[in-house]
Design a protein around this ligand. Structure first.
Ligand code: F6R
Length: 612
């Protein structure tokens, strides 16, 4: 979604801002803009890519050491030059960039119109900066006071940065619901919606909390106060990411790089959490709150998209290993349907970005009902990581490709460890089984390496299906979420319609779709339901569907039935998702590449969905 970057310091601002916007491109956007403060306050903005903005400002006067820039993902008003940020106030004294949504903008706009204000754009953002100017003038208030007053009137989410023509050495920023990070360098400050534009300049950051305002003045230290004027002490954290993680490092796309990083990221997810004789799983989040887990009558997992698919794998894991009933909820549905939540429920929120608005709202709901909230997040210091009572990071490193890959396998790895840790304590799994599964888990990175060697074969298969219009993905048990995930990967980056189904459900409807034009991807690895899934494959074959099967190395039966067979190493049934997902990621990737799609930034999608 929208991206924010701002700079104040001794250096020329605009190269830093443009570079920052490029780092934020992965979030998804449709227009970009920049404001520079020198002898006056200048704004340049355009529909399209950051490269278009770069071209647009090439001949313009953008010199100055203070500025801000924005990538916009349209919500209110179509993507065009006018709706792009920054937005000026009526007098052009102030300019604002904004992530989030001001929900009551229509009412405020009407009031401002009655007070003589007019609006250039269709955005909620312009309403906010006009409101700030209106309050400032009407009440003869300072800019900070006007910002505080305006922010107590707006409903919704915001991360904002404001520049003022009359104060050439100050940046004002604030957040509620949308993330904002302040980087503290030597005599300079950077602000951004995530750490990626900052890491090149400093590792010292302050994460603003909801309703906090940062007042950044040249040559002074950072001041933070709330919208209700309470002074806050800024807590400085250290960034754990490094620059190479934000580069493609020779790969054509971030998505491909991230697929190939999975042996390492899976290892990083379990590293330090298993003791040397495979007996104890140490996860501080569980150890410190073991009673909450032991007393839980059930676990509710809440998430969106790929993280929701990981949650489904979690359901199978917790029920199988720890014998705790689990419900897996789409955060967007859960938050609005008055769900039954008991104080002794444990809610696990899963999120790569840690910023998904619906998941944050689901957490708030759970908190209000007294449930214990556990987070599984990838981004350190993210809003969800900070909103939960406890949690485990996935340690997959920055995921830049919009389609989630390594985050999924890292989430599943953490869920395996959690299920084993709880099963161990509850006595629902014996030590020998724990040792067997843990030693197998540590074989997974090497098995992922082997699975990745299928890449050239999958590339050839992808070429044959480049122009298919539909795909069906089938799996059972632990492989059902894998089927859903495979279908999601394909549709988001190649724009081919794809459905994931539990294989046996096919005959209750989707079978009607099958003909010789329909590719059906079946995950048919060794499992308790292997024989059953062979029957499902026969049903597809009888209707002339084209079968691409993922099987266990050495398989004979499926090989005879399928048109294409991809063999993955044998492993524990519950760990198969960590391997079976890989060929499906690669299949989606190559089909998208052959269709000339923008793999890393698919149309209409955003990496972190900070609006509902
Ligand atoms: C799919 C994808 C999305 C996200 C979803 C949740 O490839 O990336 O479906 O999984 O938007 O995002 P997080 O995990 O950041 O909460």
């Amino acid at each position: 979604m929208c991206g924010i970057v701002a700079y104040i310091g001794p250096q020329e601002a605009h190269p830093i801002l443009i570079k920052g916007l490029k780092r934020l491109e992965y979030r998804g956007y449709d227009s970009a803009g920049i404001a520079i403060l020198n002898d006056t306050l200048k704004v340049f903005k355009t529909k399209g890519k950051v490269a278009d903005l770069e071209e647009f400002i090439r001949e313009k006067d953008v010199h100055g050491t203070i500025g801000m820039a924005h990538t916009r993902w349209a919500t209110h008003g179509e993507p065009n030059n006018v709706n792009a940020h920054p937005h000026f106030s009526q007098s052009e004294e102030l300019a604002l960039i904004h992530n989030g949504i001001i929900e009551n903008y229509a009412v405020i706009r009407e009031e401002l119109r009655q007070n003589g204000y007019s609006f250039q754009s269709d955005t909620d953002t312009e309403v906010l900066i006009q409101l700030i100017e209106y309050i400032k003038k009407k009440s003869n208030a300072s800019l900070i006071e006007a910002v505080q007053s305006a922010l107590t009137q707006v409903v919704g989410a915001y991360a904002i940065v404001i520049l003022s023509k009359t104060d050439k050495d100050t940046i004002i920023a604030a957040r509620k619901g949308s993330p904002l990070v302040v980087g503290i360098g030597e005599n300079e400050f950077l602000l951004a919606s995530d750490a990626t534009p900052i890491v090149e300049y400093t590792k010292d950051v302050v994460y603003l909390d909801d309703e906090e305002i940062a007042i950044i003045k040249r040559g002074e230290s950072l001041k933070v106060k709330t919208i209700r004027d309470v002074e806050k002490f800024p807590v400085v954290s250290k960034l754990e990411i490094n620059l190479s993680q934000l580069e493609k490092e020779g790969y054509d796309h971030f998505m491909l790089k991230e697929i190939f990083e999975q042996p390492k990221t899976i290892r990083d997810s379990y590293r330090g959490r298993i003791n040397c004789n495979n007996q104890v799983i140490s996860m501080a989040g569980i150890i410190d709150h073991v009673d909450r887990f032991m007393n839980a009558d059930r676990i509710i997992i809440t998430a969106a998209g790929t993280s929701w698919h990981a949650g489904l794998v979690g359901e199978y894991l917790f029920e199988e290993i720890a014998r705790i009933p689990v419900e897996v909820e789409y955060s967007s549905e859960f938050r609005y349907r008055n769900p039954v939540i008991y104080p002794n429920d444990v809610i696990i929120a899963i999120s790569q970005s840690g910023e998904t608005a619906d998941t944050l709202a689901a957490i708030e709901l759970g908190k209000q009902k007294g449930a214990f909230i556990y987070g599984i997040c990838n981004v350190v210091g993210s809003s969800i990581a900070r909103a939960t009572d406890a949690g485990s990071y996935t340690h997959a490193g920055p995921e830049i490709g919009v389609a989630s890959t390594k985050a999924f396998t890292a989430q599943v790895t953490v869920l395996v460890l959690m299920a084993l840790a709880l099963g161990q304590r509850k006595g629902t799994i014996d030590d020998a089984s724990i040792q067997r599964i843990l030693s197998e888990l540590q074989e997974i990175p090497e098995k992922v390496e082997r699975t990745l060697t299928l890449s050239p074969v999958i590339r050839d298969i992808s070429r044959m299906f480049t122009y298919s219009r539909n795909f069906l993905y089938l799996g059972r048990g632990f492989n059902f979420p894998v089927a859903l995930e495979g279908a999601l990967k394909l549709k988001e980056i190649s724009y081919i319609h794809a459905e994931g189904y539990p294989a046996a459900e096919m005959k209750h409807g989707p079978i009607a779709l099958i003909d010789r034009e329909m590719p059906v991807v079946v995950i048919a690895t060794n499992s308790g339901t292997y024989e059953k899934i062979i029957s499902n494959i026969q049903e597809v074959k009888a209707r002339k569907g084209k079968i691409i099967a993922i099987v266990t190395e050495g398989d004979v039966t499926v090989k005879e039935l399928a048109d294409f067979c991809l063999e993955i190493p044998s492993t524990e049934e519950m760990l198969v998702p960590l391997l079976a997902t890989i060929p499906l990621q690669i299949l989606a990737y190559y089909i998208a590449v052959f269709r000339d799609c923008n793999v890393d930034q698919p149309r209409n999608l955003a990496k972190s969905v900070t609006v509902e």
